[in-house]
Design a binder for this molecule. Structure first.
Ligand code: FES
Ligand code: FES
Length: 900
C-alpha cells in the first residue's frame, strides 16, 4: 500500500481536500500536505488530515462508519478497541490514525480466514458471549495469539488475554474456547465461517395488536419466522435465548426460526402489556433476575395460543379437525399427508380467535426446556461485530455530544469559557445542561477534544463536600449510635438473648461505593421528528423511565416519546436510572440546539464514573450470640446506608414503606436461616452522592455482613461453619441441599495442602445457593483464587449452560468488586475514581476454576443473573480468615491483603 498520496515524493507539496497544511502521517516530514490514506480490511480509504492524530478507533467508528470496534475506556486499559495492525492485536484508542497509514488494518468486520473462523466457531459453540460488547476485541486478540502459537498453554492464554477486559466475566469460557480453537486448527479441521442475520427492530403496535392476547408477544411471519417481543431487555443475561427456547417449546417451532427483539411499548392506563415482575407488573423494567420468571407464564401461554391458532388455520384449510393437526419443529402435519410451514398459515392464524382452554405444556412434554445444547441466539452478531448497541446508533445529520460533569456531586457550572473548545475543528456548540456542560461535535473525537479545551468554574456551594472516608465515618457513627434507626423486623427478644449468650460476636462491616462500569459506557441518542414525536435510543432496563426522563428534559408529553431499546453492552443496574442519565442529557442538548440535529450523547468512561449512581456505601453492625452448645440464639443486624428504592418510581411505592427501604434491607430482612431472636434495623443516610441499584442490590452488602458474622460466631463457639449453617437451614430444605452439595463437591472438610484454605457462604437470594471458595497464598503474601464450587437450585432450568454462564459471570463481577472495587471521593468531595486505571476489575489472570452444580427441581423458575454475587465476598473473606487468621471486615479486601 502506498504510504503517501499517489504520485507524491518526499519534499513535494500535496493539496489536501481542506487545503490545510499537514504532516505526513508516515514519513513525519513537516511541510507536506496530505490526506491520511489507510488500508482497512483490504480496501484503501482516505480521511481528512485533521484526523491524522485522532485515535484510529474514532476514525474507524465515526469517519468510516465501522462500528464493530468498540470504545471502553480510551486509555488503553480495556482492549475493547482491539484491531489487528499487520496482524498484531493493537489498541486502536491508543493509535493515532496517521501512524496506521501504510499498514494493514483489520477490524472485526473484516477479519477472515481459518484462524478467526476457528475462534468464532469455538466462541459460538462455547456460549462465551454475554452482553457481547467486548467480544470483537476478544476474538481478534485470540486469533492473533493462535496465529503466533497454535497450542498455547493456560498461562500463555492468561497473559495474552489479560489486557482484554470483560465485565460480564466470560473469561473461563474464553480460556476454554481458545483451547477448542487451537485443537480445531492443529487437527486441521475446517470450521464454517459464522454468519449473522441483521438485528430486527420492533415497530409500534396498533391498538388492535395491543388488545390481542398473542400479538404483543409472539408474531409469525409469512416466511415462517417466529418473532418474540421480549419484555426483558437483553443486556448479556441471556434473556433472548431463554425466551426463544420457551416460545419454540410451546409453539413446537424450529428453534433456529425464532428471532427475539427488545420490546418497548410504554405504560398505558391499566398497565403496560410488557409489565414485568421487577416493575410490579405495571411497567416494563428488567431487573431483580426476573427475566425467566417474567416470561414464564405470559409467553408460554401466548406461544401455546399462537400454536393453537396455527392448528386452527391449518384445520380450516385442510377441512380436518384441529386436534388432528400435529406440529413438530415448525411443520404442520396431518395423517392424510398434508404438511405446511408456519408461514403458509401465518396471516389466517393471526385473524382467528384464540381457541378456548389453551394451556402451556406439562414439563414432562418438554423437548427444549431443560436440555443442553442451546446456543445463544444473540451470539453470532455479537461475535461478528454487527450487533447494534446504543453507541452504534447513527442518524442522518447526527451530532455527538459529550458532557463534562462537575468534579463534585451537586456542583453547578458558574462560568463557562468555551472559546478554546469552539476553536477545535469539528466542535459545533457548547451547551450548559442541568448537571454539567455538553460539548457537541461532528464526531466523538471532535467533541472530546472540545471537552478537554473547555474551562468551567464550578459553584460548589451545594456540593457534597465530604470525602468517602468522612462519609464512611458518618455511616459508622449512625450505626453505632442507633440514631434514626427504624425497625424492619423483630422476632423474640434479641437483647435478652444476647445478654445470656455463652459466645458472642459484635462486629462492624464496611462496604464502599461501587461503580457498575458495564463495558459499554452509558449512552443515548434522540431525534425530534417533523411529527413532533421524540424518538430515543437507549439500552435501558426501564423503557418507561427513559420515556419519563426524555419527556421531562424535552418539555413534552410522555405520549410523544418513542423509545427504541438496542442491545445493552452490560448494565448491572446502571441502566435502571430514572433520571440523571444520558437520555435526559441527550434530550437537553438536542432541545438547546432547537431540535435541528439528532444528538447522540456518548459518555466518556471517566464522565460516566464521575456522574455517580453507585452502589450505596453501607456500614453494618452485627451482634450475634450462641449458647454453650454453640447453637445460635440471637442475631441483631443494623444497617446504615443511603436508601436505593426512592430512585425508582413505582418500585419505591412498594419497597419503601414505614421509613424502611426494603431494597437496602433485602437479604437481611429475609435471611435464609431460622434465627430465633432476631432484629433488623435500618438507618437512612442522607448524602449528595447519587446511588442506584447494583447487581444483587441490598444483598450485595447485607449478605457480606451476615455470612461473615455467622462464620465469626461459628468459630467463636468452636463450631464448623458448615455445621452451624446446616443447623440453621433445617427449615429451608432447598438452601440446605445447596449447602450440602457445595460442601460435598467443594471438598469441605477434606485435607488441603499447606498454604490453602476454604471458605463457605450460603444464600436464599432469589434462588437457593451456596458456595465454597478455595484459595492459596503465594510467597509474596498475595491471595490466589484457586477454585469455586457453586451449587444452585433455581427451579426449572430453561437453558442449563446459560445458567452456568450467569453464575460464572456473577462470581467474577462480584469477586473483582470485593477484591478491588471502591469509588473514592477525596478531601472536599472531589471524585477521583474515573476510569479503569483507578477502578480495577477482575482480569483473566485472577479467575479461578469454577464448578457450577445445578440442582434438579420441578419448582417454577427463579432468578439466576445475580444469585452468585452476594456470597462471593464472604466466602472469600471467610477463606482468608481460615488461611491467615485475618478477619476482613472492610471491603475492598486489598485494603488489608493483596489479591493476585
Ligand atoms: S483500551 Fe482502547 S478503549 Fe479501552
Ligand atoms: S461479554 Fe464481555 S463485557 Fe459483556
Amino acid at each position: 500500500m502506498p504510504s503517501h498520496l499517489p504520485g507524491s515524493q518526499p519534499g513535494s507539496v500535496v493539496k489536501t481536500r481542506a487545503g490545510r497544511r499537514g504532516m505526513c502521517p508516515v514519513a513525519r516530514c513537516e511541510g507536506w500536505e496530505v490526506l491520511v490514506k489507510l488500508t482497512v480490511n483490504g480496501a484503501d480509504v482516505e480521511v481528512d488530515d485533521r484526523f491524522a492524530k485522532s485515535p484510529l478507533l474514532w476514525v474507524l467508528r465515526d469517519v468510516l462508519g465501522m462500528h464493530g470496534t468498540k470504545y471502553g475506556c480510551g486509555i488503553g486499559y480495556c482492549a475493547a478497541c482491539t484491531v489487528l495492525i499487520d496482524g498484531r492485536n493493537t489498541k486502536s484508542c491508543q493509535t493515532p490514525a496517521g501512524r496506521a497509514a501504510g499498514k494493514a488494518i483489520t477490524t472485526v468486520e473484516g477479519a477472515s480466514g481459518p484462524v478467526i473462523d476457528a475462534v468464532r466457531d469455538a466462541w459460538h459453540r462455547g456460549n462465551v458471549v454475554q452482553c457481547g460488547y467486548c467480544q470483537g476485541g476478544q476474538t481478534l486478540a485470540a486469533a492473533a495469539l493462535l496465529e503466533a502459537d497454535r497450542s498455547p498453554d493456560d498461562a500463555t492464554v492468561d497473559r495474552w488475554m489479560n489486557g482484554n477486559l470483560c465485565r460480564c466475566g466470560t473469561y473461563p469460557r474464553i480460556r476454554h474456547a481458545i483451547r477448542e480453537a487451537a485443537d480445531t486448527l492443529t487437527a486441521g479441521r475446517d470450521p464454517q465461517p459464522l454468519t449473522a442475520v441483521p438485528d430486527l427492530e420492533m415497530q409500534p403496535l396498533t391498538p388492535e395488536e395491543l388488545a390481542d392476547p398473542v400479538h404483543p408477544y409472539v408474531r409469525i411471519g409469512q416466511d415462517g419466522t417466529v418473532v418474540a417481543y421480549s419484555n426483558q431487555i437483553e443486556m448479556g443475561q441471556g434473556a433472548h435465548t431463554g425466551l426463544a427456547t420457551i416460545v419454540a417449546e410451546e409453539l413446537d417451532a424450529d428453534f433456529a426460526s425464532v428471532r427475539v427483539v427488545n420490546a418497548a411499548n410504554g405504560a398505558r392506563p391499566g398497565g403496560d402489556v410488557y409489565g414485568t415482575p421487577a416493575g410490579g407488573g405495571l411497567i416494563q423494567l428488567t431487573g431483580a433476575s426476573t427475566s425467566t420468571k417474567g416470561f414464564w407464564d405470559r409467553y408460554r401461554l401466548a406461544a401455546a395460543q399462537a400454536r393453537a391458532r396455527l392448528a386452527a388455520a391449518a384445520a380450516e384449510a385442510w377441512q380436518v379437525p384441529a386436534e388432528e393437526v400435529e406440529i413438530s419443529s415448525g411443520v404442520l402435519l396431518h395423517a392424510s399427508g398434508k404438511r405446511a410451514g408456519f408461514g403458509e398459515f401465518a396471516v389466517r392464524a393471526g385473524q382467528l380467535p384464540v381457541p378456548d382452554g389453551v394451556r402451556p405444556k406439562d414439563p414432562g412434554q418438554y423437548k427444549l426446556i431443560g436440555r443442553e445444547g442451546r446456543l445463544r441466539v444473540d451470539a453470532p452478531g455479537k461475535i461478528l461485530g454487527t450487533t447494534q448497541f446504543t453507541i452504534d446508533v447513527t442518524l442522518p445529520q447526527m451530532l455527538t455530544a459529550v458532557v463534562l460533569h462537575p468534579p463534585k456531586f451537586g456542583a453547578r457550572a458558574a462560568a463557562v469559557d468555551d472559546s478554546a473548545a469552539l476553536a477545535e475543528p469539528g466542535v459545533t456548540a457548547v451547551v450548559p445542561i442541568e448537571e454539567g456542560v455538553a460539548v457537541i461535535g461532528q464526531t466523538f473525537d471532535d467533541a472530546q477534544r472540545g471537552l478537554r479545551a473547555l474551562r468551567v468554574d464550578w459553584d460548589e456551594q451545594h456540593a457534597e463536600q465530604r470525602s468517602s472516608e468522612e462519609l464512611l465515618a458518618e455511616h459508622r457513627r449512625l450505626v453505632e449510635s442507633g440514631e434514626q434507626a427504624m425497625v424492619a423486623r423483630e422476632d423474640g427478644d434479641v437483647a435478652a438473648a444476647l445478654a445470656r449468650a455463652a459466645h458472642a460476636v459484635d462486629a462492624i462491616y464496611e462496604l464502599p461505593y461501587l461503580a457498575h462500569a458495564p463495558m459499554e459506557p452509558n449512552n443515548a441518542a434522540c431525534r425530534m421528528g417533523d411529527d413532533g414525536i421524540l424518538e430515543v435510543w437507549a439500552g435501558t432496563e426501564g423503557p418507561e423511565y427513559t420515556r419519563m426522563a426524555a419527556s421531562a428534559a424535552a418539555g413534552i408529553d410522555k405520549d410523544r416519546v418513542r423509545v427504541h431499546v438496542p442491545y445493552a453492552g452490560g448494565s448491572f443496574g446502571l441502566h435502571s436510572s430514572a433520571g440523571h442519565d444520558p437520555t435526559s442529557e441527550a434530550a437537553q442538548v438536542a432541545r438547546a440546539l432547537d431540535w435541528k440535529h439528532p444528538v447522540k450523547l456518548q459518555s466518556l468512561r471517566e464522565e460516566e464514573l464521575k456522574s455517580g449512581r453507585y452502589r450505596a456505601m453501607a456500614v453494618h453492625r452485627v451482634r450475634a450470640g450462641a449458647d454453650a452448645d454453640g447453637r445460635l440464639t440471637a442475631f441483631w443486624q443494623q444497617i446504615a446506608a443511603q436508601p436505593t428504592s426512592p430512585n425508582l418510581p413505582f418500585v419505591a411505592d412498594v419497597l419503601f414503606t414505614g421509613g424502611v427501604d426494603y431494597m437496602t434491607a433485602s437479604g437481611a430482612v429475609d435471611p435464609p436461616y431460622a434465627l430465633p431472636n432476631f432484629k433488623l434495623e435500618t438507618t437512612n443516610v442522607q448524602t449528595g452522592v447519587p446511588i442506584m441499584v447494583w447487581r444483587s442490590v441490598g444483598n450485595s452488602h447485607t449478605e457480606f455482613a451476615r455470612e461473615s458474622a455467622i462464620d465469626e460466631l461459628a468459630i467463636a463457639a468452636g463450631r464448623d461453619p458448615v455445621d452451624l449453617r446446616r443447623e440453621l437451614l433445617a427449615g429451608n430444605p432447598r438452601t440446605l441441599r445447596a449447602l450440602e452439595l457445595a460442601a460435598d463437591r467443594g471438598g469441605w472438610g477434606s485435607p488441603l495442602p499447606v498454604g490453602r484454605a476454604r471458605g463457605i457462604a450460603s444464600s436464599s437470594f432469589l434462588s437457593h445457593s451456596a458456595q465454597v471458595t478455595e484459595i492459596s497464598l503465594d510467597d509474596r503474601n498475595r491471595v490466589h483464587l484457586e477454585r469455586i464450587t457453586f451449587a444452585l437450585d433455581c427451579g426449572i432450568i430453561v437453558n442449563p449452560d446459560l445458567v452456568r454462564a450467569q453464575v460464572e459471570g456473577g462470581l467474577i463481577y462480584a469477586l473483582g468488586a470485593a477484591a478491588w472495587g471502591e469509588v473514592v471521593l477525596a478531601d472536599g468531595g472531589q471524585i477521583i475514581t474515573q476510569n479503569f486505571d483507578r477502578y480495577p476489575v477482575m482480569r483473566m489472570q485472577s479467575v479461578p476454576e469454577i464448578d457450577v452444580v445445578l440442582i434438579d427441581s420441578g419448582e417454577p423458575p427463579t432468578g439466576v443473573g445475580e444469585v452468585s454475587v452476594p456470597t462471593a465476598a464472604p466466602a472469600l473473606t471467610n477463606a482468608i480468615f481460615a488461611l491467615t487468621g485475618t478477619r476482613i471486615r472492610r471491603l475492598p479486601i486489598t485494603k488489608t491483603i493483596k489479591i493476585y
